[in-house]
Structure formats: C-alpha cells, structure tokens
Design a protein around this ligand. Structure first.
Ligand SMILES: NC(=O)c1ccc[n+]([C@@H]2O[C@H](COP(=O)([O-])OP(=O)(O)OC[C@H]3O[C@@H](n4cnc5c(N)ncnc54)[C@H](O)[C@@H]3O)[C@@H](O)[C@H]2O)c1
Length: 438
C-alpha cells in the first residue's frame, strides 16, 4: 500500500544561493556548476545529479534518477551570491585556491568573474589566522545582521529570485559551547543588540537567513545554528536547517570503514589519523582554537558508530587521535594517513593502512550542490527545523536534543532515500524481502 504523497510546491523560477565564504570549496562548487551547465564537465560525486532510487520491489525494476523522482531546482535556475573578507571575485578566488584546471576556469570565466563578494561580517577573535578589509562596520551585531538582510534583499531584487538558500562555506571559527544567551530567541536577540562575545559572525549570518525565512546549512564545524535559540527561530519561521561540517576525505572513509568492521564484530585497539594540507583552510586550522572545533567534529564519529557501551570487549578501550598539519606545498591536495589497529578471532592483531591522496574541495563541492537542492526541496515540502535526513553530508550531524547523531554512512543514505520515498508517497524500503520467497 502506498503512503500518502506530500504536496510539494513546484520549483519555479530562480533559486538564489547565498554563500558566506568565497574560498576553495565554494568557488569549486560555483565554477563546477557553470562548467556542468555548459556541458564541459560532469557532476561526479553528486547524488542529486547522478544518483538513482529504487522504488517498490526488486522485481518491479523501477529505478529512476533522484532528480527525476523529486522536483529539484534545475542547475540553470541557480544564481550565486556571497560574502568574503577579501575582495577577490569568484574567478580570482578560484585561481588562488588552485583547485581547478586553468583551462576549465577560463571556460567559465565570464560567469564566475561576475560574482564579487559583498562585505563580510567578520571578527578576528573568531578566526585568528585571517585578516581582510572587505568587512562591514556596525555599532552592534544586530546592525550587522540587518546589513546582511539588506544584501539579501538587494540580491533578490537584482535577479528576480523566487527562493533562496544560504550555505556557510566560510572558515572554521574558534571552539564555542552553548551558553545561556543561546537558549532562547529573546536572549539571542538581546545578545546581538548588546554585542555579546558569545555571538560569532557565522551566527549573525544564520540569524539573518532564518529571520528572512531562508534555509541555512552549515558546512563548517562551528556551533553556528546548533543552538536552541536558532533552532527555535527556524521552527517559528518554518525554515529548514542542517549542519555541521561537510563529510569529505578522511572522515568519509572512517564512516565507510568503521561500520564494516563493526558489522563483522572485529575489534579496534587504535585509530591514528593524520593529514597534511596547505590551503587556507589548513592555515586557519593551524590555530589551536579553530583546530579544536574541527577536532571535536572529527573525533565524535567513531564512538557513535562503534558504540563501546554495547561492545566493551571490542571497542571499550580504543585510542583515537586526529592530527592536521599545515604544509603549504600541498595546497588543496591533501594527504590523509590512517593507521588502524584492529583485532580478530582469538584477539589476533591486524593492521590497516590508508593513504588517501584526496582533493578536499573536489569532494566538498558536490555536497554543496546537493545540500542547496535538498534544502530548497525541504522548504517547498514545508519541512522545518533540523533536517536529520541530510546527516549523510555531515561529520557532526545536527539532531534533536536527547538523540545521538547517526554517523554510519549507509544508515544515513537509507534515511535520506526513505525520506524521498516518503515525500512522494512511495513505500519505504526495509530490505526485509520475505515476499520474494512466499
Ligand atoms: N574542503 C573540505 O573537504 C571541507 C570539509 C569539511 C568542512 N570544510 C569547511 O568548509 C569551510 C570552507 O573550506 P575552504 O577549503 O573553502 O576554506 P577557504 O579558507 O578556502 O575558504 C573560506 C573562506 O571564508 C572566508 N571567510 C572567513 N570568515 C568569513 C566571514 N565571517 N564571512 C565571510 N567570509 C569569511 C575566508 O576569507 C575564505 O575565503 C571551512 O570551514 C572548512 O573547514 C571543508
């Protein structure tokens, strides 16, 4: 029996993509979309563009592409705008980031060169390694939020946008914990007006987006929207939000491998992960306070997947270490090493070594695209608050208070696809499969 289909508003007109941070990830995303639109590149790594979804029984042979199954915005309808503390336009920033081939970048030059950053809301207290001049001035943090809302209004008017989505691709801010001013919308707004240090710049962007009814996704590990006040604001304004920290590179592999080891009941003595990278992200993470934010995000994954409390003999005592080393010659071409000490039958020790020569922004760009399209879909389905079905994309998925986040990539994918089936009134797939043998 089919479930009831949700009424999804059509994806008519232009979709504005608002991006705080025109750096390596976001320029690789924007230039990539422009190249795909021209038919000179392929959207590898994007579930919305390449993925399929099985519907019904295996014998039904119904496997449409996801983008044909749910009404997503077309790439032709995306319009990009963003903020940065540096004045470089998107072409200059992409050239400096050095991720994409020069020939590809030249092919999309007119489109990406036209995207110049608006002045940013920035404060070095929260990102110690950066210092730019393209920065707004305001008496209070509330003034700055209002200036961001004016940028958003101007962008909407200039391009005749029907809908917008904001995705944080800015640098990782210093480690912060939830504080009393983050508890309610009222205390948060008082803190904005009173320039409270507990309000980081990323929170000001998020506040501006939510106030305007714009979905917000957080690609960095910063606290940002993961505070009760902003979750409440999202519910009040009926806006979806999600985060935190794009799951790429080493953590992606960790959440692929760890569920496999656990499903075979193989034990773990230790997992040592180290990285060398030389991009601006690496430089920012060279500051211990920004690294702490990233470290917390990267460390949380294994405990949640392996559940040591349920399997004390296998996972009660493993040592987990994550290091990031800033090494300029590498640029965006990160190298991540993992040494994994596991044990099997009769506690015999074994080792796994991984050397992942990955391209951080190449792995992150398709996630930005998927998140933009799915967040817009969520908005048109009137889904609001935390979008746990998008955990698939994050290292530290946001979830309801009192719940633990789901980190296993395969459970996350099942959750995502079942959410899409649910939205279209299709039966959820449980993989029980008894009916094939009746
Ligand atoms: N590349 C990946 O695989 C990956 C994975 C997970 C998370 N991330 C996170 O995504 C973010 C972007 O990564 P990146 O490699 O593009 O970094 P980047 O340093 O190349 O770009 C970040 C940009 O944000 C700008 N910025 C900083 N603070 C800002 C502010 N308050 N307002 C506007 N702009 C601001 C910086 O000037 C910079 O241009 C980082 O936080 C990174 O940790 C990246």
């Amino acid at each position: 029996m089919l479930e009831k289909e949700i009424n999804i508003a059509p994806s008519e007109g232009k979709l504005g993509v608002l991006i705080p941070g025109l750096g390596a990830v976001s320029t690789t995303f924007i230039a990539g979309v422009e190249a795909i639109k021209k038919g000179i590149a392929e959207p590898i790594g994007s579930l919305t563009q390449m993925g399929t979804i099985r519907l019904g029984k295996r014998t039904d042979h119904r496997v449409p592409k996801i983008r044909d199954f749910v009404p997503l915005a077309n790439l032709e309808d995306l319009v990009f705008g963003g903020w940065d503390i540096y004045e470089d336009n998107c072409f200059e920033a992409a050239s400096k980031a050095g991720v994409l081939d020069r020939s590809l970048l030249d092919a999309v030059r007119p489109e990406v060169e036209a995207i110049a950053p608006w002045k940013a809301v920035f404060d070095r207290t929260y990102v110690k390694k950066l210092d730019g001049t393209n920065v707004k001035v305001g008496k209070t943090k509330m003034d700055l939020a209002e200036q961001l809302m004016e940028d958003i209004d101007g962008f909407q008017r200039a391009h005749g946008l029907k809908r917008m989505v904001m995705i944080w691709c800015g640098s990782t801010e210093i480690f912060m914990k939830v504080q009393p001013v983050h508890e309610t919308i009222e205390s948060f707004e008082r803190a904005l007006a009173g320039n409270d240090p507990a309000i980081a710049p990323s929170m000001i962007y998020a506040y501006a987006a939510l106030k305007k009814g714009i979905p917000f996704a957080n690609g960095a590990p910063n606290l940002t929207v993961d505070v009760p006040a902003l979750v409440a604001l999202a519910r009040e304004r009926q806006v979806p939000l999600c985060g935190k920290d794009f799951k790429t590179g080493q953590t992606l592999l960790k959440t692929i491998l760890a569920p496999g080891l656990k499903s075979r009941m193989l034990g773990l003595d230790g997992w040592f992960s180290t990285n060398i990278l030389g991009n601006r992200d690496g430089e920012v993470l060279d500051d211990p306070d920004s690294f702490k934010t990233k470290e917390e995000s990267k460390l949380s994954v294994l405990d949640q997947i392996l559940q040591p409390q349920l399997y004390p003999q296998l996972y009660g005592n493993f040592y987990h270490k994550v290091r990031i080393n800033y090494y300029p010659p590498r640029g965006d071409n990160k190298e991540g090493w993992d040494n994994i000490d596991i044990f099997g039958w009769l506690r015999a020790p074994m080792q796994i070594k991984i050397d992942f020569l990955c391209r951080d922004s190449i792995l992150a760009a398709p996630l930005v695209l998927d998140l933009v399209l799915f967040m817009d879909l969520a908005q048109r389905c009137r889904m609001h608050g935390i979008q746990e079905w998008l955990s698939f994309y994050f290292k530290s998925p946001m979830c309801a208070a009192g719940l633990y986040p789901e980190h296993d990539l395969f459970i996350q994918l099942m959750k995502l696809k079942n959410t899409l089936r649910y939205l279209r009134g299709e039966n959820l797939i449980t993989h029980l499969g008894m009916e094939y043998y009746d």
